[in-house]
Design a protein around this ligand. Structure first.
Ligand code: SF4
Length: 415
């Protein structure tokens, strides 16, 4: 098999990993035009400072000995198999980097002979790139569940980001759909990585020469909709991971049915709107001071698909509003629909010099379409307040006529 064929198979097989997004479509350059789009291979991710970076996204191998129900690469699927050597991936990365196609590498793999043998090869790729090729670009390595602590440590020392996929939101679902994976084999490396990141940060405060361990942090990925857990269970799990494992990010990946298997649900389409709402709720956990139990409850365990989770929370808590923008503290401002982290900071800074008006709020970047129902400026509401939650719900859903809000709908991956 030549490199082009291998690249086709192993970049295609990597596209279900949600930690960064593949181009997702193939297109030939028009006659006398420039540039083709390839189905997989180059994907985009966001660095800490918000830059969009291009990564070569591939698997070391798709020749898996495990048989996870939801995975295209499972051992029982009759798909073409291929594996790269460590040297081949190093050469590809360096070639693409020199031609300015990519700024880094995202490397994952199926489980070949075993977790350690696979992880050893992946770590070798990163170590050759760093130590022999002196590659300074971004490297994201997936950690194979069950790999030895020593290999996990080496991965963290060579890569910028490492991630262990949690796969499913509960150990029962993991046992049912990925019977060869154990909860401990996922959580133990995660815990180790979290501890090493913390230690490295402390050591580097006293000496800049102390080694950096996964400086871009660790992340994980969870499949949504392949198993029966509620959004509350999912958010509680994410909340625990952020608190206990030093996690930078949880990626939610809407279940895409690729196999016929009676352990899997039959879905008309991947639950992309649910995935989107989970990302919004996750944002509330990380940056807005909400807890999973505030966003959802045992009585209402799933996110409202009609509203973003902050608006849904505000509709359930009329006693919290209206918020007076000239007095409210930063944490309170963050709870107002339409006010984000940036606009809350701007409000706090701007009101030191003068009282804020509704007009001023627009200029600051507040989304008044939503915020106008929940705030006052110097005691004045934007318009006559709708105290009836039902009425307010209707107005938010349909708009007030001047600015109609499109009804939420299930998103589609490709038209
Ligand atoms: S371990 Fe499971 S999810 Fe990973 S490649 Fe193999 S079958 Fe797929």
């Amino acid at each position: 098999m030549d490199m082009q064929e291998k690249l086709g198979i192993l970049s295609g097989a990597a596209r279900y990993d949600a930690s960064c997004a593949s181009s997702g479509c193939g297109r030939e350059a028009p006659l006398r035009g420039t540039g083709n789009t390839s189905q997989g291979g180059i994907c985009h991710s966001w660095s800490d400072d918000g830059r969009c970076i291009s990564l070569l996204k591939i698997l070391l191998s798709n020749d898996c000995r495990y048989d996870c129900a939801y995975c295209v690469n499972r051992s029982s699927n009759p798909v073409p198999r291929a594996s790269f050597t460590a040297r081949e991936i190093v050469d590809l990365t360096m070639e693409f980097y020199r031609r300015n196609y990519i700024e880094g590498l995202f490397l994952s793999s199926a489980v070949m002979k075993g977790p350690d043998q696979t992880m050893e090869e992946m770590v070798r790729v990163a170590e050759i790139l760093r130590n022999e090729e002196l590659f300074g670009g971004y490297i994201h390595l997936k950690v194979i569940p069950g790999s030895s602590p020593e290999l996990v440590r080496r991965a963290g020392l060579a890569a910028d980001r490492v991630s262990v996929n949690i796969e499913l939101p509960s150990s029962e679902s993991l046992h049912r759909l990925a019977p060869q994976k154990r909860k401990e084999s996922i959580l133990e490396p995660m815990k180790l990585i979290g501890g090493e990141i913390g230690t490295s940060l402390v050591e580097r405060r006293s000496s800049r020469k102390a080694p950096r361990f996964a400086p871009a942090g660790q992340s994980t990925q969870m499949i949504i909709g392949a198993s029966p857990e509620t959004d509350l269970q999912i958010l509680r799990l994410s909340q625990g991971l952020y608190k206990r494992m030093n996690l930078k990010r949880v990626y939610y990946s809407a279940f895409v049915p690729v196999n016929e298997d009676n352990r899997l649900p039959v879905l008309a389409s991947p639950p992309l709107l649910r995935e989107h709402r989970l990302y919004q709720a996750d944002w509330l956990l990380r940056f807005y001071g909400f807890t999973a139990e505030e966003i959802l409850s045992e009585q209402m365990p799933d996110l409202d698909e009609s509203f973003d989770p902050k608006t849904a929370w505000a509709l359930r808590h009329p006693e919290f509003f209206p918020v007076e923008v000239n007095r409210a503290d930063y944490g309170t401002l963050l709870r107002v629909p339409g006010i984000g982290v940036t606009s809350a900071k701007r409000i706090v800074a701007a009101r030191r010099f003068s009282l804020l008006t509704h007009e001023g709020m627009k200029k600051i970047g507040v989304v008044m379409k939503r915020a106008k129902y929940f705030i006052t400026c110097s005691g004045r509401p934007f318009e006559k307040p709708d105290r009836e939650p039902l009425q307010l719900r209707q107005r938010l859903l349909l708009g007030d006529g001047s600015d109609p809000v499109p009804a939420p709908r299930q998103l589609v991956l490709f038209s």
